[in-house]
Design a protein around this ligand. Structure first.
Ligand code: SMG
Ligand code: MG
Length: 357
């Protein structure tokens, strides 16, 4: 699906979103899921074709062989497959969608939502120039976004952050995301971000490097927030206890599913660690589940849960529309959104792959 504008991060520039969708046919009805893996393994090791391959070769056969199972049992069923969390997550959410549609229960109710709409932020890519960046940010502010996140990398950090802080004023919520672009040698440089009153700095160092995040957290006043590093509840608790992260970006796909995401939320709530809902340029299908997740009590910071028009000219569901900086949590059964199947068909880069028992 073409993006309305290119999205550049420290690891690359995207102009389209190559989305792997799963439609799960069950004896209680169908469920849909959106896999958050990107086309290339640059954000994480997972990528679209890899996801398709592991679903086809391992996860779907395990599902078929298991017979009568519930969505809740899938993570144990898939445990023999190491990693591949985004692939596991899409099957789990498709199964949950089918189950909850049959039961007449919404994702929000199932996850434990406590609000009917959620505060939204927007993630702003690296721009060709500071002027272009300020234009883009101004547009989002006009639309009502409640928090701005700037993508940063070496050579694109202090100057753009200073310019945007100037534009927004001191009170505005502003944060940065490096997608692992820095090393421990950059600690002194990153400390200079302290003067901008940021909400947090997200994932400055590589995903396995918890130790350097601990060192940065000790050196800097800006709270350190992990994204890529947090792949499970155990890792989240460990990173919190070691002082590597004082805020967590929760992305269900990255942690193996929404049920694990809820567990991380619960662990963080218990430890007074604020969380927020990350984004992976989802269509309305994935967005519906993210918005439901972001309605849990521990999600106290605005998420990367932007409106459909931030990403796409046309969404695969009815568009999510920003209202006073917030998106409504769908209330219908399952995801609460209806997939526009003709549009999925029109956008499809190839015919659907059908897997059977
Ligand atoms: O969905 O609005 C969105 C994108 C939010 O910045 C975003 N995601 O590291 O948090 C992150 C990135 C990962 C995806 S980059 C293509
Ligand atoms: Mg991130």
């Amino acid at each position: 699906m073409p993006l309305v504008r290119p999205f550049e991060t420290s690891f690359g520039r995207q102009t389209v979103r190559d989305v792997l969708l799963v439609r799960l046919r069950t004896d209680v009805g169908d469920g849909w899921g959106e896999c958050v893996a990107m086309a290339d393994p640059f954000y994480s090791s997972e990528y679209v074709f890899g996801a398709e391959d592991v679903i086809r070769g391992y996860l779907a056969p395990a599902l078929f062989a298991a017979g009568d199972v519930t969505a809740e049992q899938l993570s144990a069923l898939f445990a023999p497959v190491v990693g591949h969390r985004m692939s596991k997550a899409v099957l789990e959410i498709a199964a949950l969608d089918a189950e909850l549609r049959a039961a007449g229960e919404s994702f929000g109710l199932r996850f434990g939502a406590v609000r009917d709409s959620v505060d939204c932020g927007v993630s702003v890519g690296i721009s060709p120039t500071i002027d272009a960046l300020l234009d883009e940010v101004s547009g989002y502010v006009e639309k009502g976004y409640r928090r701005i996140k700037l993508k940063i990398k070496p050579g694109w950090d202090l100057e753009p952050v200073a310019a945007v802080r100037d534009l927004l004023g001191d009170a505005a919520l502003l944060q940065v995301d490096a997608n692992t672009a820095y090393t421990i040698a950059d600690v002194e440089h990153l400390r200079e971000l302290d003067r901008f009153g940021l909400l947090l700095i997200e994932q400055p160092f590589v995903e396995e490097d918890i130790r350097s995040h601990v060192a940065l957290a000790l050196a800097i006043e800006t709270p350190v927030c992990l994204d890529e590093s947090i792949v499970s509840t155990e890792v989240a608790i460990d990173a919190i206890e070691r002082g590597a992260t004082s805020v967590i970006n929760i992305k269900a796909g990255r942690v193996g599913g929404y049920l694990e995401a809820v567990a991380i939320h619960d662990a963080c709530l218990e430890r007074n660690v604020p969380v927020w809902c990350g984004g992976m340029l989802e269509t309305g299908i994935g967005r519906a589940a993210n918005v439901a997740l972001a309605a849990l009590p521990g999600f106290t910071l605005p998420g990367d849960t932007s409106a459909s028009d931030r990403y796409f000219e046309e969404d695969l569901t009815d568009p999510f529309v920003l209202r006073d900086g917030r998106l409504d949590v769908p209330t219908g059964p399952g995801s609460g959104v209806t997939v526009r199947e003709e549009l999925v068909h029109d956008f499809a880069s190839r015919a659907p792959v059908e897997l059977r028992e």
